[in-house]
Design a protein around this ligand. Structure first.
Ligand code: PGA
Length: 257
């Protein structure tokens, strides 16, 4: 069985404020002392990144951004570049999150250009994919995952793939309290890994981390992350509570660690 370090990310979305964000980051930094078998990242709102970087630098927490723009600079009102994120200590970027696909309306092309801009700059990219309820009910889960993975990774080299984490997040499970069963999630993850083997090769497929997102919480995290092809989680709601998020991270520590 390939040895993949689990990855657990906390996607804060449009939550927290200046003080509560720093408090949460502080609680995580101290709670994580001694846990090094899991890669942990937090994705706070842009405007708090710098303050939170000051809080987490010196800890093992990776700082991530929820989005990025695909151009280096210029007349793009309201957008944030990779270099700006780097200035704030960011090393990981989310692309393709379902809220950006389905609420903001980002296309596959935009998501691909953001993914490539992130990887070209040497940062880690967490590419999110996943089907809606309608798509699941009409048996299209694997086809949607394949389409979003191929489109998201178009033009990404095998070397760059080493900096990619894929987050499988069924849209119907995000923020709804409904979670995919561990078996259903495992099945989707195994198919995504098979696809990566077809697109790249078996080594790349064995190495890539595929994490689950969608109402992950302390009560279901161990079972989900215990599945062979589930290498961690992307956590929204439960990442806003330090105790819950730390419990999820602990559930991700491999049995032999
Ligand atoms: P949730 O969000 O844990 O609140 O369902 C997950 C995500 O959107 O990444």
């Amino acid at each position: 069985m390939p040895n993949r370090t689990p990855f657990v990310g906390g996607n804060w979305k449009m939550n927290t404020d200046a003080q509560s964000g720093v408090d949460l980051a502080k609680a995580l930094a101290s709670g994580l002392a001694g846990i090094d078998a899991v890669d942990v990242a937090i994705f706070p709102p842009f405007v708090y990144l710098r303050d939170i970087h000051n809080t987490t630098s010196g800890s093992d927490i990776l700082l991530g951004a929820q989005d990025v723009y695909n151009q280096p600079n210029g007349a793009f009102t309201g957008e944030i570049s990779i270099d700006m994120l780097k200035d704030c200590g960011v090393s990981s970027v989310l692309t393709g999150h379902s809220e950006r696909r389905h609420v903001i309306g980002e296309s596959d092309t935009i998501i691909n250009t953001k993914t490539r801009a992130t990887l070209d700059a040497g940062l880690e990219c967490v590419l999110c994919i996943g089907e809606t309820l309608d798509q699941r009910e009409s048996g299209k889960t694997d086809a949607i995952n394949e389409h979003q993975t191929r489109a998201g990774l178009e033009g990404v080299s095998k070397e760059q793939l080493a900096n990619v984490v894929i987050a499988y997040e069924p849209v119907w499970a995000i923020g709804t309290g409904k979670t995919a069963t561990p078996e259903d999630a495992q099945d989707a993850h195994a198919k995504i890994r098979e696809l990566i083997a077809n697109m790249y090769d078996q080594d790349a497929a064995d190495a890539i981390r595929i994490i689950y997102g969608g109402s992950m919480k302390p009560g279901n995290a161990a079972e989900l992350m215990g599945m062979d092809d589930i290498d961690g989680g992307l956590v929204g709601g439960a990442s806003l509570n330090a105790d819950d998020f730390l419990e999820i991270i602990r559930a991700g520590v491999p049995q032999n660690a």
